[in-house]
Design a protein. Structure first.
Length: 141
């Protein structure tokens, strides 16, 4: 009878603990928001604004950061800059492609994250291609 009553007591305590919780414990995880689990990892979004007016209109960029690398779509298109993230929060990447006249084109991205890393961290940097430059400001998305 001792083992049976111990199991019953354990089951009752477990059920009491589960039923006494207010709200859905998984709600924060199911909200669609990206939570900062590990430093800079996650989704980031924000403004990509040309420094010179002749370099196009402002756009909205989207970045995904993994443990040591990132992918950044600065112009809401199909081309993504692949790059690396250093331990001190610096991000660098280059997209190389051929232009219409078979000339090599590059799009360079350099940025850094504000320190210390928190929910209010921003990533600010520059995007450059030829004579054009863009100011980039990203926040957690």
């Amino acid at each position: 009878m001792g083992a049976f009553s111990s199991r019953v007591a354990t089951t009752v305590l477990l059920l009491a603990g589960l039923t006494s919780c207010q709200g859905d414990l998984g709600e924060r995880l199911q909200s669609g928001r990206v939570l900062a689990w590990a430093g800079l990892q996650g989704r980031w979004a924000g403004d990509v604004v040309p420094v010179q007016p002749s370099c196009g209109a402002p756009t909205h960029g989207l970045m995904s950061i993994g443990s040591k690398t990132f992918g950044f779509d600065p112009f809401e298109g199909a081309e993504v800059i692949q790059g690396v993230v250093t331990t001190d929060g610096r991000l660098t990447g280059v997209l190389q492609r051929q232009g219409g006249d078979h000339q090599d084109l590059s799009l360079r991205f350099e940025a850094s994250a504000s320190q210390p890393i928190s929910a209010n961290t921003t990533i600010t940097g520059r995007l450059a291609s030829g004579r054009c430059q863009w100011a980039v400001t990203l926040r957690r998305a």
